[in-house]
Design a binder for this molecule. Sequence first.
Ligand code: PGA
Length: 252
Amino acid sequence: MSRKKIAAGNWKMNTTIDEGIQLASEIANSERNKDVEVILGVPFTHLYPLKKKIPSRSKIKLAAQTCHHLNSGAFTGEISPTNLVNMGIQYVILGHSERRMYNHESDELLKQKVNAALDAGLKVIFCCGEPLEVRKKAQHLSYVKAQLEASLFQVNDQNIKNIILAYEPIWAIGTGETASNEQAQEMHAAIRSFMSKRYNKRISNGISILYGGSVKSSNSKDLFSCQDVDGGLIGGASLSTKEFVAIINSFS
Ligand code: PGA
């Protein structure tokens, strides 16, 4: 079955608004494989200006990098899922390891965020992945399974179609160290089988599972050629038009 191919950029806390507009415009105007869905995960401050500036014919989608787990209330500084939908934003990244670590986002909180985002009508890029010590003990598969069980498996059969999964081994994020094709394929196949057991084969075969962690144009072709890898969540390399477009064009 052919699944959607996706290249999602995660700009994290980088670029000024002007730089972001320039980067997104260059990507929008690039010669790129139009069968690949391109999503840009940008800082909150960039969402509205980019929404206005990127031509809709470019089909580039925007993602927030987090959102609150409630839709309104006395939560100074927070952004709700409804705020995002109201701006015309379609995606939100949830469960990134940096937020789990630096913002102490627990599995339980992420469960609430996933539910709130889906209820508001957002699509969710849900990140999972193990730290190095877990991989060293060869417990990576059960670790990721537990993350999915805790924050995702409450989602019903209908809403799960609005989830994109991203496997990001923590030891590969921003380190220059990438999972080997075998390591990525092993985990992606395992995730697909967890999804099949919780939901069904049709759903698990249809869900896109991205790999993230030091994806570059020099390794993306190999990673994307793995049977169960449907694209990438790309941090550092998504800040360069040349690199990111080369990654988009590396799907076979
Ligand atoms: P990286 O980041 O590509 O810079 O390793 C990936 C991510 O954190 O999503």
